[in-house]
Write a protein that binds this ligand. Sequence first.
Ligand code: ATP
Length: 238
Amino acid sequence: MPDPILHLSNLDVRYGRTQALSGIGLSLYEGEAVGLLGTNGAGKTTLLNAVSGFLRPSGGTLELFGEPIHQCPPHQIVRRGLLQLSQERDLFGDLTVLDNLRLGSLARAPKTFDRNLERVFHYFPRLKERVAQRASTMSGGEQQMLAIGRALMAEPRIMLFDEPSAGLSPLFVQEIGAMMRALRNDGDVSILLVEQNMLLAAQVIDRFYMLRAGTVVAEGPVSELEQDHEELARRYYL
Ligand code: ATP
């Protein structure tokens, strides 16, 4: 078994006196997509923010490609290849689609721009048709595509998605799901996905971790999720 590219061991995170995560263990291996499931308030976003360096853990270890990162600020973690896509899409509304994509590639060598742009258009042909459109005039689903596309321009090796389907129409949920599946199948980017839409998650992920009140209460292959969907829902969602 190869080493995980992201490894959390016994991780604790507190907000003041509130313990939001305790004793979290999680591994992500190269080329796989892993789901973080659980109800509102279970600690999923907190976990992503700790991994991305936005929150300092109060205990435990966090390793990215075998190196400890619990002391690293977010920009250093991005530079090491891990990129979190936040729920707010943080696009530049007055700029065009193309300029937003350009901003995503600033940290990369200019000669890689065309190749990365083609890759984004391969996943999202709709963005190619709209390169000159201002981001603020796009629909929510299109903006989500642009936010993911811009992230891809930075050539991440690990992407963290926080409820990418939130607030989108069923058609866009399907398109984003298909895109994440293609990304996972192409194998260049490993995925950690927070998603309350179990049907969407099940289409994308290989394995899951179920969080409840800040701890991992179940984990396993996605097949288990499909078989035990009702049982898991009864035990952890209701
Ligand atoms: P959701 O799906 O609603 O976003 P979640 O699983 O992502 O839920 P978190 O947002 O990580 O859960 O929240 C975990 C716990 O930490 C919750 O009890 C929440 O109230 C608490 N919490 C989150 N952010 C803060 C904060 N900035 N200050 C204090 N407590 C917080």
